[in-house]
Write a protein that binds this ligand. Structure first.
Ligand SMILES: *Cc1c(COP(=O)(O)O)cnc(C)c1O
Length: 427
């Protein structure tokens, strides 16, 4: 499969190059040149197939012959070897729990898939690739876990000292092996700036790549969630509406890709916190990027969602076309806490702040009689322990694996300046 740059000023590349480059040289996001719908009888009988078979069928055309079929099957099977249940919450509402992977957030799937693809491509390469990534919380843990022990790949994670939760910090500082955590004296934006500077610095002697959702190998496998949810629901429910808590809009955009492959998804809702660039765009047709604001659903604190351009591409840059399939609403922290309480009181279901924003999206959309709403629970409530316990006035059980990580010893290297990052990378 060939990928072109959405800025149209760089040559098309193979899947392999798209994964290794991350972003095109013209700073555009890569997008597949063709999208071929899956056979109708496959979709109609999707509950006859295993998750592994479905995921393989969904992703295969985007890789083509660049990874041998048997290898790709193994990569897919290893990527998704945990559950993706739709849990009933109300008569016409369920939640798709995406937190059953090793770091308890949905980013595990993309990180695990990308790690295995990069590991495969880099097998014969004597020169190691370094994945350099800045994290405000969840990405770091998922990337560290996904790439742990992958041959030919080093991972360097920058995180802001004192600004991530204890569990998140332990998830990225206790693994060792090919994972190094750099604890930056500063905020997330400082980490991000250092990473960007390193990518543009000719004096860095390593081959660098990025592992955020602009990378096609992290973005595309997120399609799987929508197939798995549909498989569990379509025999009972006619019209399925997904509400996706959104920040960089990679997850929801992957859902739209699943729709493009023929999955009959009735409607998409992008639910955001007060970072409302897309809800505002859907209101008045003007896209205005803003600086991000801090909220309790911090994995969605994004003022200029990088994947929105891919959504526009999927809808042929037609505002009317997009509007008929897609709604977007923004919610405050107060509304989020309030709904966390209400859902718990009504259904005894504990949402994390991100999932709660998704639930709010369904409320505002107002489901019709023949519609079934699914909000995505993108992280386990335990990852946001303080907010959840305080809001619900209730203790949350900590899963055993997390308990074990909390006991482990943190290892990080403190840095304060870009020069320190550079000398670390060049040593
Ligand atoms: C990353 C993340 C999101 C936002 O996903 P996007 O693909 O960036 O829209 C939502 N919830 C959680 C818990 C996340 O970690």
């Amino acid at each position: 499969m060939k990928y072109f740059s959405l800025n149209q000023k760089a040559p098309s590349v193979s899947f392999r190059e798209a994964v290794v480059n991350g972003l095109a040289p013209d700073r555009g996001l890569y997008f597949p040149e063709q999208i071929t719908p899956l056979p109708e009888d496959f979709i109609e009988n999707i509950d006859q197939y295993s998750n592994e078979e479905i995921a393989f069928k969904a992703i295969q055309q985007f890789i083509g012959d660049e990874i041998p079929e048997e290898t790709l099957k193994t990569i897919v099977a290893e990527t998704i070897n945990f559950d993706f249940p739709v849990v009933p919450v109300e008569d016409n509402i369920g939640t798709l729990e995406l937190f059953h992977g090793p770091t308890l957030a949905f980013k595990d799937v993309g990180a695990r898939f990308m790690a295995r693809c990069l590991g495969h491509f880099n097998q014969q390469n004597p020169k190691k690739v370094t994945v350099l990534v800045a994290t405000s919380g969840d990405t770091g843990g998922a990337v560290a876990n996904g790439f742990l022990g992958v041959k030919g790949v080093e991972v360097v994670i920058l995180y802001p000292s004192g600004k991530v939760s204890d569990i998140q910090e332990k998830q990225l500082t206790t693994l060792g092996q090919n994972i190094t955590a750099l604890e930056v004296n500063g905020v997330f934006d400082d980490c991000q700036d250092m990473v960007k500077t390193a990518f543009l610095d000719d004096e860095i002697q390593r081959i660098l790549t990025s592992a955020n959702s602009i990378n096609v190998a992290r973005w595309l496998p997120q399609m799987f969630y929508y197939f798995f949810a549909y498989k569990q629901l379509y025999r009972q429910h006619k019209h399925i509406v997904f509400s996706v808590p959104s920040g960089n809009f990679g997850n929801i955009c992957a859902g739209m890709m699943a729709q493009k492959l023929g999955l009959p998804i009735h409607h998409f809702i992008a639910a955001t916190n007060v970072n409302d660039t897309v809800p505002k765009y859907m209101e008045n047709g003007t896209y205005e990027a803003k600086a991000s604001k801090a909220t309790i659903s911090n994995a969605m604190d994004v003022g200029n969602p990088s994947n929105f351009i891919r959504i526009q591409q999927l809808f042929d840059h037609s505002f009317e076309h997009l509007k008929s399939h897609f709604s977007s609403f923004s919610f405050s922290d107060e509304a989020t806490k309030d709904v966390m309480k209400r859902v718990y009181q009504k259904s005894s279901y504990v949402t994390d702040p991100h999932g709660a924003v998704g639930y709010l999206g369904l409320e505002t959309y107002a489901l019709k009689d023949d519609e079934f709403g699914v909000f995505l629970e993108t992280a386990h409530p335990v990852k946001f322990l303080d907010v959840v316990e305080e809001t619900l006035d209730k203790k949350i059980d900590i899963p055993k694996d997390i308990e074990a990580i909390i006991q482990k010893e943190k290892k990080s290297i403190h840095i304060s300046t870009y020069e320190e990052l550079k000398s670390f990378l060049n040593q």
